[in-house]
Ligand binder design. Structure first.
Ligand SMILES: Nc1ncnc2c1ncn2[C@@H]1O[C@H](COP(=O)(O)OP(=O)(O)OP(=O)(O)O)[C@@H](O)[C@H]1O
Length: 246
């Protein structure tokens, strides 16, 4: 669809005989912050992984900024498209033997072709943005979980992606550290206009930051609505029950 950074149409995915995504269609436009919520096992992580092709879909259409991607997409083209969609994982996935600064500058230097000076200057700005300037020379093992996740966010931003996918970014963190990460994400969404798809169990975050909320159940999108409508005028009994338990 015109104007969509992320466009999915009737996407299907099975693992063995189990259908995990059953006809998913959605569009994410520039500036959207889409929260994806729903019960455990409803297919939320699989959906994100298909958007940047960590998993391949069996049928349907996935397009990033108008470029269709699937199992037949040549590796170089896929690698290029992937750089346009950053990913932040629950488990951080930082390089353990590199400093914070090098974690952030590696891909910009090797993939975007930035010089060391350019990449360092950009990383310094990003570290300031996520509140970690003082940690630039530390190794990940010497950081708290919240700090690690903020480095992972800075690393994703350093590729200047069109959108960032967050897969339960605070699930591994205690509430205090979760809040540090959620505040950084809120800042990016509201002041920097970063386009995001966020799989989350943090209903408060969805309610406060997302402009759209998608509810998944059994591999389907049951509802895709403006966040205000979703929370203020919700009538679906299953969704109301889910919200009352979170
Ligand atoms: N690589 C895989 N191989 C086989 N089954 C898988 C694989 N990945 C996910 N599944 C199954 O697909 C279903 C959807 O999983 P997924 O992780 O996408 O759900 P989710 O909504 O993100 O759940 P949660 O909130 O618990 O993380 C589950 O039944 C899961 O067991």
């Amino acid at each position: 669809m015109t104007g969509s950074l992320i466009h999915l149409h009737n996407v299907q995915k099975k693992f063995g005989h189990t259908t995990v995504l059953d006809g998913i269609s959605l569009d994410v436009r520039a500036g959207d912050v889409m929260a994806v919520i729903g019960p455990s096992g409803s297919g939320k992580s699989t959906l994100l992984r298909i958007v940047n092709q960590l998993e391949q879909h069996d049928a349907g259409l996935v397009a990033i900024n108008g470029e269709k991607i699937d199992a037949a997409t040549p590796r170089r083209q896929l690698a290029r498209i992937r750089t346009q969609v950053g990913m932040v994982f629950q488990g951080f996935h930082l390089w353990p033997n590199m400093s914070v600064l090098d974690n952030i500058t590696l891909a910009p230097r090797t993939i975007r072709g930035l010089s060391r000076e350019q990449a360092d200057a950009q990383a310094e700005q990003l570290l300031a943005r996520v509140g970690l300037s003082a940690q630039r020379d530390r190794r990940p093992e010497n950081l708290s979980g919240g700090q690690k996740q903020r480095v992972a966010i800075a690393r994703a931003l350093a590729m200047e992606p069109l959108a960032i996918l967050f897969d339960e970014p605070t699930s591994a963190l205690d509430p205090h550290l979760s809040n540090e990460v959620l505040e950084v994400m809120a800042d990016l969404a509201t002041t920097a206009g970063v386009t995001m798809m966020v799989v989350t169990h943090e209903i408060g975050f969805a309610r406060r930051i997302a402009n759209r909320t998608v509810y998944m159940q059994g591999g389907r999108i049951v509802q895709d609505a403006p966040t205000d409508t979703f929370f203020e005028h919700q009538q679906d009994p299953d969704i109301l029950k889910f919200l009352s338990h979170t």
